[in-house]
Design a protein around this ligand. Sequence first.
Ligand code: 4NP
Length: 156
Amino acid sequence: MKQRVLFVCLGNICRSPSAEAVFNGLVKKEGLQDSIESDSAGTSGFHAGEPADRRMQSHAQKRGYHLTSISRPIDPDLDFEKFDFIVGMDDSNVYDLQSMARDGEDMKKIYKMTDFCSKDGHFSVPDPYYGGSDGFELVLDILEDACEGLLNEMKG
Ligand code: 4NP
């Protein structure tokens, strides 16, 4: 049966589109496209309809990731039905997701991205929007580690 993961951040223009691209790269590398798929969404609709932030796109591009997603807000009724893993980037995303969950089954699907990190020291994927280049690089560093952990978890 196909497993599905939804990556979630605030605006769906920086962190979660990058998580989707990094994760899809690993899925493709391992030839698992038929059994695992991913998407991303925002807890807010502030940037709905927009492509990923240009700064995030250019940092991702340097590592070979092409960000293709268009921002959309999460739809709790549809998304909690469709996805098996709903992964927030920071505590605030997780808190917002928990308040959207309709029941205990939904709650069990909610994770924080850094739950899957193998390297120590990161407890969230920090919002890079108002900061400099280092913040975008840090997002990618954490995501590359966490996506590997998440894929291993999904492979079981
Ligand atoms: P993201 O970054 O949640 O990683 O997409 C942000 C994008 C936009 C805003 C905040 C964070 N904003 O306040 O508009």
